[in-house]
Structures are given as C-alpha cells and as structure tokens.
Design a protein around this ligand. Structure first.
Ligand code: EPU
Length: 309
C-alpha cells in the first residue's frame, strides 16, 4: 500500500471515530455517481446520516484544511479522470430527503430529488413547480446552480433556504438574501444546502398534470436519452441559445473518443458508454473554438468541471 493510500485509510478511521455514518470509504469511484458517467475516484467518500454527522465532517475538513466537495445527484458535473482530492460528501441518506407539504408551501431536504418535490406539489394541488419535474438533480444541487427549465428557475419558486456553513453552523435565509443569478448562487459556493421552502399556487390538479405532461413531452422530444450532464454551456446573455449556435456551426454528431455532440440537442455532450473525462473536455474545447471561429462568440461552461487530470 502506498503512503498516500495509507494516509487516506488513516483519515477514514479518524472520521469514522467522530461520526455515526454508515458510509466512509477511501478511493470511491465517482463516475457511477454522475449522470455523464465519467471521471476518477474520490480520496474519501462520506455519506453522513444526520445533520450532526454532516457538521462533524465539515468541521473535520475545515480544521485540517482538507478540501471538500458536496455531491448531489451528479447531474451537472464533469469530474476529471484523476478524481478528487480530499473528502466528497454526498447527502444520499434518507435523512436528507424528506418532503412535506404545509399549506401552499413545500419543504424539501437537500438530498431530495427535484422531480419528487414537483410530483408532491402536483399531488397536493400546488401549481408553479411543474418545470422542475424534468430536472434530474437534487434540491441541494438545484439551489446551488439555480437550475432551470421551461422558462422557470429554482429560485423563482423558493422562499427560504436552510444551509450549513463550513464550520457546521446552521442558517436559514430568505431567497432574496441568497444572491442567486442565472445558474449560480453565491452563498452556496461555500455552504451546504440542507433544504428549501418552495411556494406553490393552489390550482386544479388536472391542469397541473396537463402542464407536467406537456413539459415532459417537450423534453423527451428536444433532449437526448443517453448519459449526459445536461446543457454543457450557459446560454449567452441576450443572444440565441448555445444549442442553436453549436448546431448552426455544424457540430451535431462531432465526436472525440466516446464523447459525442448530441444529434438531438447540440448543447448536450453524450457518452456512448466508452467516454473518458478527457474525451469530453477535448470536445468542449473543440466546440468552443469552432463557435468562436464561426460566430465570434465565447461560450462558457455551465456544467461544473472539477477534479484533477
Ligand atoms: N436549438 C437548435 N438546435 C439545437 C438545440 C436547440 O436550433 O441543437 C434551438 C431550439 O430549436 C430553440 C432554441 O434553440 O429554438 C432553444 O432551445 P431549447 O428550448 O432546448 O432551450 P435551451 O436554451 O437550449 C434551456 C436550458 C435547459 C432547459 C431548456 C428547456 C440552459 C443552458 N439550458 O436550453 O437546461 O432544459 O432550456 O427549458 O439554460 C441544463 O441547464 O442543463 C439544461 C438542459
């Protein structure tokens, strides 16, 4: 066993002694924990089973200066092939996934699926959250990225956010204090989203179901079914969509290794099952330079690119 590996095992032991979590592992492969299905391993992978455990892990990392990353459902992530140094924390335990309806409001835990929140709202006759059903992420990830679809964005329907800072302290703030913008939320760059309160409007259940079905239909027609990380690039402000720019630059079907520009939507890179992170990164660069050469425009990635080569 190398020294590095021995260090990781030692750190796992120390973490296990401080928390009651079932899952603390060294060298955990992360590709299977992302929708794009590429990337290396985490030095240490932890699934806390309570907020107390999560606070202990965050303090552990903070005090030792160990880098840490929160992993949601991995639906907007591109992890490089060399993997991630430090601790990767995933809120996959059911303790973080509760959803409850309180009048016109819903509370969803950071680990709950956005789709599940949307379905719960529909069942409770609350409209306005239908757009979230097709977003494959967790509540925490959607808050962190201010994820959106069908003209709606997460913070349009959020009233409050609960989060934990890097020292393990709990906070609750109104949505307006979270500094959310298109596909980003400044406060959650450092802190961990534990959950949100969503606001719905009472409406006819059938009408809500009709809108959900319409959105689903539109999504199935306009987005690929193969593994992907959703849209790769942000839409340039005030301009036509990145998908249109890439499409009109003739890049649909362009391939590097196992990474392919989707023929269904050009802002998606799909994995044919054999892609490495490097294939995807190289294809991103190819798209960027071709769009720059064709349209004179710079595209910026929306997908979070993390880890080491
Ligand atoms: N278009 C093309 N060719 C393509 C793709 C799109 O010509 O290959 C055209 C479409 O015909 C349409 C326009 O571009 O006229 C916009 O396309 P679309 O409605 O698919 O929306 P988008 O701007 O490409 C945004 C979000 C998606 C979200 C959809 C649906 C971003 C970067 N993307 O895409 O979000 O699902 O709207 O509401 O904001 C994501 O964030 O990962 C994501 C997939």
């Amino acid at each position: 066993m190398s020294n590095v590996m021995a260090d990781e095992e030692l750190m796992c032991e120390e973490l296990r002694a401080q928390i009651s979590s079932a899952v603390v592992r060294a060298g955990e492969s992360l590709a299977k924990r992302t929708t794009l299905r590429v990337g290396g391993a985490a030095d240490i992978y932890v699934e806390p089973s309570s907020e107390t455990d999560l606070a202990a892990v965050l303090r552990f990392c903070h005090e030792r200066g160990v880098p840490r990353l929160i992993l949601g459902r991995g639906s907007n992530l591109l992890i490089r092939d060399g993997g991630i140094r430090g601790v990767v924390i995933c809120l996959a335990h059911p303790a973080f996934a509760a959803i409850e309806v309180l009048g016109c409001q819903l509370r969803g835990g950071g680990g709950a699926r956005l789709k599940a929140v949307s379905i719960k709202a529909r069942e409770a006759g609350l409209a306005g959250l239908e757009f979230m059903e097709g977003i494959p992420g967790s509540v925490g990830g959607a808050l962190r990225m201010n994820a959106g679809a069908m003209g709606g964005a997460t913070f349009d329907v959020v009233t409050h956010v609960r989060f934990m800072d890097e020292t393990g302290e709990l906070h609750e703030r109104s949505a307006s204090q979270m500094h959310a913008e298109y596909r980003s939320c400044a406060v959650l760059k450092k802190s961990v989203a534990l959950g949100a309160t969503f606001r719905g409007e009472p409406a006819d259940k059938e009408e809500i179901a009709r809108r959900s079905a319409e959105y689903n239909e539109r999504r199935w027609q306009s987005q690929p079914k193969e593994p992907s990380a959703g849209c790769i690039f942000k839409n340039p402000t005030g301009a036509i969509s990145a998908g249109r720019l890439i499409d009109d630059a003739g890049l649909k079907g362009a391939r590097i290794g196992g990474a392919v520009v989707s023929g269904v939507h050009a802002n998606f890179i799909v994995n044919d099952g054999t892609a490495t992170a490097k294939d995807v990164l190289d294809l991103i660069e190819l798209i960027r330079s071709r769009v720059q050469a064709t349209w004179g425009m710079d595209l910026h990635t929306e997908v979070e690119i993390i880890g080491e080569d």
